[in-house]
Design a binder for this molecule. Sequence first.
Ligand code: SF4
Ligand code: SF4
Length: 259
Amino acid sequence: MKNASKEIFRPLKESNFFFNCHKDISCFNDCCAKLRLILTPYDILRIKNRLELSSDEFLSLYTDTVIEPQSPFPMVKLKMNRKGEKSCPFVTEAGCRIYKDRPGACRLYPLGRASSLVEGGKGVIEKFFVVEESHCRGFRENKSWTLNEWIDHEGVAEYSRMNDQWLKLVTASRKLGGNAITQKIQMFFMASYNLDKFRAFLFKSRFFDLFEVDSDLKKELRDQDVSLMEFGIKWLGFSLFGDKTLQPKGHGREFKTSA
Ligand code: SF4
Ligand code: SF4
């Protein structure tokens, strides 16, 4: 993940890979600096809750907003410390201080994952590869992993499942091209990254007068961030791309967002 390091990308098929990372290795923490680490909505949800911050506080303290070539919508990047080694704000001498809630990309490393949608959008095809970086001595260790062992060990599957729902939207956003008008960009940002604001939007607007949402789900949206995030992705699918992910009440009434 470190910018200045030489990288070799090696497809991971049936074979094992050798890797071990531990506190006594000479490169310990070297990989947690100078990163261009894009955060997904699920990454943000996990870290902000871990730090007991509001969405606004987390976004303002720890992130920058960037536009990537693959989408007209803004992405959110973890802000590295400005001074010294430009290290990750969460790295300490003892390692990652948010380890149990570290981003999906940190969990997956030293693997990378490329995913693409199955025709019709039902399911995902995933391919994994090993990212061998010259500064990382973990590849010289004599510990062997299969892909599944690594995924289980690092808790990757849950992150992939959460992230794939959202990446589907990002992929679809290419169709919008330069036509992603300001209001759509604001909706995307709020529902993707600012769950506090999205919750206030649902509960303080006429949203529930206009869409079918049963009382159990409504309670979940009030109390559970994961449900709220998943609902936000459905709402974006409905409002940005006309997906049939939400059921409007009555017929022909158009919902105007105040986002
Ligand atoms: S072994 Fe690799 S992943 Fe582990 S601390 Fe060193 S550079 Fe980072
Ligand atoms: S979040 Fe943790 S694992 Fe990821 S770069 Fe920062 S310190 Fe390293």
